[in-house]
Design a protein around this ligand. Structure first.
Ligand code: GLU
Length: 280
């Protein structure tokens, strides 16, 4: 079993991160497996070395040791670009210059019960589908044309989920992707890859067998699993865990410094106290 914890160095780790990291670490160790650490620093405008240093400090203090060198997404931008170019040769990657405002304006009038937003942002109405990859400008994003790539239901990929809320085998459906996700972004201007595209390549390159992460990413798994299958990557098993919430039931966010691990540590809490606070 190879698990990973993949924080972004854009703020302090809080109790939600602690829970995710402890689960991924403990599940791997219980099986004699490996626990990897990845720094998700795709967004170089927000990543800071001091936050990265604090991630190492917090994890070590929690007693979580990771195997091998840390993988930084920023060290693999060339590889993301090369994979994108290979995928583009299949003819389904197109440049898109639509701004959020363009997409909102072009989207059909909202229908009751039909979501406007999916795990990849506002569902894209396909405005730029006719454009060629070769005509990409620096200010364009790259999208994947679902209308060209979705196969018959029986050929759509599946994934296994072991988390408490959605345990079982899930099949990605064309209908789900078309109506709930829309043509996904593979790279934005000034970014080597989108989160969904980078994460599947990272997990595959590192040999991750079990992706353990928060339930907020469960829906995104359908898209990530689809992109994996398009690239012929082997699927990991997924385990989406419950989210740590504040007293008002809201899930903790990056800016929630009040629940930062470093703050509890400074106030004299022990790693065991943190485990108790997150219900372990
Ligand atoms: N860097 C991502 C996050 O912090 C990782 C998500 C994932 O585990 O796939 O949300």
């Amino acid at each position: 079993m190879i698990t990973r914890f993949a924080p972004s160095p854009t703020g302090p780790l809080h109790l939600g991160h602690a829970y995710s990291a402890i689960l991924a670490h403990d599940m791997a160790r219980a099986q004699g497996g490996q626990f990897l650490l990845r720094i998700d620093d795709l967004d170089q405008s927000r990543a800071r070395p001091e936050w990265e240093a604090l991630i190492y400090e917090d994890l070590r203090w929690l007693g979580l040791d990771w195997d091998g060198p840390v993988r930084r997404q920023s060290e693999h931008f060339d590889a993301y670009t090369r994979t994108l170019e290979t995928l583009a040769q299949h003819g389904a990657v197109y440049p898109c210059h639509c701004s959020r405002a363009d997409i909102t304006a072009a989207a059909n009038a909202p229908q009751e019960g039909v979501p406007d937003f999916g795990p990849d942002g506002r569902i894209y109405p396909g405005t730029c589908r006719g454009r060629n990859y070769a005509d990409r400008a620096d200010t364009d994003a790259l999208r994947y044309d679902l209308s060209k790539t979705l196969g018959p239901a029986s050929r759509m990929p599946t994934f296994e989920e072991t988390g408490p809320s959605h345990a079982g085998l899930h099949r990605v459906t064309a209908e789900y992707l078309l109506t709930r996700v829309g043509d996904p972004i593979l790279a934005r201007p000034n970014f080597a890859a989108s989160y969904h595209f980078a994460v599947i390549l990272d997990d595959s390159c590192s040999g991750v067998t079990h992706v353990i992460r928060g339930e907020d990413l469960f829906e995104a798994t359908y898209l990530q699993r689809f992109l994996q299958s398009e690239l012929g990557l082997p699927p990991p098993i997924y385990h989406h865990h419950r989210l740590i919430r504040d007293e008002d039931g809201k899930r903790l966010a990056k800016r929630d410094d009040a629940r930062a691990i470093a703050k509890f540590r400074a106030e004299g809490a022990s790693p065991q106290d943190i485990r108790h606070m997150v219900g372990l």
